[in-house]
Design a protein around this ligand. Structure first.
Ligand code: ATP
Length: 312
């Protein structure tokens, strides 16, 4: 009699995908006593994704692959590990996990790649550990980890207030197409806010910035031309001061017929709104041909927030 060798059980793994974001409008109030700036922003999740695979482990560890993986910390400063710790604290779970991050979102590019990893890690460990938290509970933990993490959980398009974590979903119609000029050099979000403070000063305690009504109307109508005209970023001047070369991709996009172009969040990624999917490819080709980007990406938007792709 021959014995059939017993196959080891496949290791349980949960695979989650989370999008990057752009700020269609970013209005920044004066710095408050706690160092934060009140925001009124309109987030949109775009089809540039992080993929996070969670597998059981004795410890809590992390590896990274993808473009610019060498720029991502693998210690406890990584936002994905911070999200895991926050979830474990909240639920009393004592288990370990190994996370593998495959990065598609530019690192330190103003598109919330780290927050996307954190949101994905929360969703992945909630499934792996069977903690079964409700959406509002996950959103609460997300807000603890970082201002943009809540939006990445939610996805689509939303108005963010406070530090960007008080979210209201926005009505939109249709699909918008984007081209991104990505730089290898990152821009520090805190340096950008510091430059903003120096440029604008401002009175602490001033009212929170107002919501862009024409932009919300453009989204509701699915009117890409009106959306392009309404794009706005209060941090753009500060980003340009820190990195004057960013004027180049902005000019290339305008010359190539973009409906609107802005620095994404605190930069240095430049986001150009296209007329169509084809036009987004043409804008990306113009960025490449003129040598104003280290890498280009195209995307459609809005897309869903962090979601389990497979679990077995
Ligand atoms: P935001 O748009 O939210 O300001 P960003 O897109 O500009 O963020 P991130 O890529 O999220 O920037 O990361 C900024 C810095 O945070 C990196 O330079 C890195 O040192 C650190 N960091 C921590 N966790 C991560 C992560 N999971 N992925 C990338 N960077 C991370």
């Amino acid at each position: 009699m021959t014995l059939t060798p017993v196959e080891p059980l496949p290791e349980h793994e949960v695979r989650v995908r989370a999008p990057g974001k752009i700020n269609l409008s970013l209005r920044v109030g004066a710095r408050e006593a706690d160092g934060y700036h009140p925001l009124t922003t309109v987030f949109q999740a775009v089809s540039v994704f992080e993929e996070v695979v969670a597998t059981p482990s004795d410890e809590r560890t992390l590896t990274v692959s993808g473009a610019q993986a060498d720029l991502v910390p693998t210690d406890s400063s990584n936002l994905a590990l911070q999200a895991v710790e926050a979830l474990a604290r909240r639920t009393g779970v004592d288990e370990g996990v190994h996370l593998h991050l495959d990065k598609g979102v530019p690192v330190a590019g103003g598109m919330a790649g780290g927050s996307a990893d954190a949101a994905a890690a929360l969703v992945a460990c909630d499934a792996l550990w069977h903690t079964g938290l409700s959406r509002p509970e996950l959103l609460e933990i997300a807000a603890e980890v970082g201002a943009d993490v809540s939006f990445i959980l939610m996805g689509h398009t939303a108005v963010g207030q406070g530090r960007g974590h008080l979210l209201t979903p926005a009505l939109t119609r249709g699909e918008f197409y984007w081209a991104f000029a990505v730089q290898d050099r990152g821009l520090s979000t805190s340096a950008c806010y510091q430059a903003f403070d120096e440029l604008h000063g401002g009175e602490p305690g001033a009212p929170d910035p107002e919501l862009d009504v024409p932009l919300m109307q453009a989204l509701r109508a699915g009117d890409a031309r009106a959306l392009g005209a309404a794009l706005h970023n209060d941090l753009q001047l500060a980003s340009l001061e820190l990195d004057p070369h960013l004027a180049e991709p902005l000019a290339v996009a305008e010359d190539s017929g973009a409906l609107g172009v802005i620095v994404s969040g605190s930069g240095p990624t430049v986001a150009a709104l296209a007329r169509s999917r084809q036009h987004a490819l043409a804008l990306a080709a113009a960025f490449t041909a003129s040598g104003v980007a280290d890498r280009v990406l195209t995307a459609s938007a809005p897309v869903a927030g962090a979601r389990v792709l497979s679990s077995d």
